[in-house]
Design a protein around this ligand. Sequence first.
Ligand SMILES: Cc1cc2nc3c(=O)[nH]c(=O)nc-3n(C[C@H](O)[C@H](O)[C@H](O)COP(=O)(O)O)c2cc1C
Length: 347
Amino acid sequence: MSVVPPDVLATAERDPLSQLFAPDRTTVPLLLAPMAGVTDWPFRLLARRYGAEMTVSEMVASQAMIRHVPKSIKMASRLASEGLVAVQIAGADPEVMAEAARMNVDLGAPVIDINMGCPVKKIAKSHAGAALMRDERLAGQIMAAVVGAVPVPVTVKMRLGWDDGQRNALAIARIAEASGVRAVTVHGRTRAQMYAGEADWQAIAEIKAGVSIPVVGNGDVTTPEGARRLREVAGVDGIMIGRGAMGAPWIFRSIAHYLRTGEHLPDPEPAEKIQVILEHYETILSFHGLEIGNRLARKHLAWHTRGMVGGGRFRERLNHSPNAQETRRLLREFLGVAQCDGEGEGE
Ligand SMILES: Cc1cc2nc3c(=O)[nH]c(=O)nc-3n(C[C@H](O)[C@H](O)[C@H](O)COP(=O)(O)O)c2cc1C
């Protein structure tokens, strides 16, 4: 039996990131990316079950949070059983960000993540998200204010910069390190790129080489080979996966297995997929309520049924389903006959 000294345990409990990025780990941690409208707790739970070691909430607007807007409080909520979740906050006012961080920690957030990557115009107009990267002084003030406000670790998620003329992710990462931020995630695109082109993993390597805090690489990892290449190219301390997990939460298990053994795990059997889909739908309903849940679940069900025989027709009917009762019926009817052959209609 291994005996962990109590002081080590206490440190790990206080500071979950020291465990996540422990230097003596033999495997690289896999993280679920924050995705607005996607990474609520029903989806995070699935990612966690399949091996995501940390998940990140949807972006929560700090202004709305401190005004106690119910929708934002709900977005920031997590289940105690979820394990390591970073609650991501967005905003451009250091005091408001600090207050929103404090509120989230009071609600139980084990990690606070600062959004410096959101490319959306509405967010950028208020100087939040990726726009913060254009104002290094303000970015630094926000990081220092948030780090100073909460006893839990703070992380930052950013892009490479605003555009090709302003690729300052390394400068921001250095400011983050100096401000006491514990890890940075870099999505290998500029704001101007939005989601076009390919993520530049080489650029992530330059940031990794330039700071001592852990650097998590993100962008376009959708296969086990991709994860291995990102790790080889950039030497990152963690790999964050977003779109690749949509409708395929088992991607974390597949990648972890491949990185450990060099071998591919087969996709889950149809019975396992069916169980995941039904369970996901029900947890969405229980969190969001029957009406909103039924609407929000559509995109997840569409992703889940990609590549299944008859999936196209199912999704068409799903889009016209007026309520949860009908969706349940459609879902059971469809899954009762569907076969996951990986070819089907594809997408
Ligand atoms: C639907 C969607 C919503 C997103 N919402 C957020 C967000 O709220 N906060 C954030 O930092 N990034 C957000 N992102 C960016 C992702 O976290 C990630 O950086 C990006 O998708 C690249 O990773 P991927 O190629 O693995 O998807 C979002 C991406 C998508 C597709």
